[in-house]
Design a protein around this ligand. Sequence first.
Ligand code: GLU
Length: 385
Amino acid sequence: MSSRKRIVVKIGSSLLAHSSELTLRYAFMHGLLSDIARLKQDGYDVVLMSSGAVALGLNAIGKAPGEASLLDKQAAAACGQPLLLHAYRQVAQEFGFDIAQVLVTIGDMEERRRFINTKNTIERLFEQGVMPIVNENDTVTTEELRVGDNDRLAAKVAQMIQAEHLVLLTSIDGLYDRPPGEEGARFIETLHDVSDYLSAAAGTSALGSGGMLTKLQAANMAQHAGCNTLIGEGVIDRPILSLLSGERRHTLCVAHGTPASAWKLWLTNRLQVAGSLILNRAAAERLAVMEGAVSHADVVSIQGDFQKGDILHLYDEKGDEIARGLSNYSSDEVLLFARHPEETTAELLGYSAIPDVISAKNMVVLEESHLSWDAPEGDITRLAS
Ligand code: GLU
């Protein structure tokens, strides 16, 4: 990795598109890229995570934001993405640098090989001084198979490139301890534990898909990856620099000490649950004391149709999430094993096989400060005990 510092800047749709006409806010884009040009001169590699493709493409599809179906939005993204990138390119050239388009899907973040591929591409662009502009490839994603918000996607990219800062620019100046319209709402300047404010963060924005909740989830991922998150208003004049210098009020979510290895961060920071296991009490207690492997005899129930290599969320019998780990087997295989706890995987498969469902090296026990996911509901295969 080069010695340049790294920063990810995420822009919400409402900053890029006028809310009624759904046309580009050039003045904002100008201020934004002027700041980015400055950051590049000051030794930063910058990734811009830009929403706005759907909002800017809706006119071409003849739909208003509130009435667009998923298919309309997929088509709108196809129309809006070139509009957006064309504008970015023009403005960036005024400031003397080049941009590149990187469209990703959830699989590019959740599958290790694709994650590394995407990282390598971004590294190559950095080497060349070209700024990657990342967005989710909404045109080819369906409701179940999408990240859905660029806040968490931006946090994954921040983790991927080991960024120092993640800047989330939005239509409000930061986080409040309750809905900001309510009397007595208090502004939160610094945040160490995002779970303190999750309930205050409900609701999504009118044009984009994110809201304060996805921003806090993003900040939680980033803080474990050693990255500070700044949430602030996307003003026209110096939108990024005025936050970084502390001239303008914003919410800072502070990075935690030394981040875990890149492998463990990738294992822990998930955008989607592939499957989950509920473990018996003895296994849950064992893991609470020391990270270790999970064998099929530890499994009480299985949820989801997962494949070898998917990341599983592990719960205790009370429904609290305790760990995440990469599965050595598919859900069908784990089911077969777990129904025969007294036999080994090799005996059940008939060939020499990895003994554990999850190996110790592919397992992360969650810290208190990790936002855990709720235990899955419905279609759980509970094994006879
Ligand atoms: N990817 C969407 C777009 O470009 C936006 C997602 C979001 O609002 O976070 O319009």
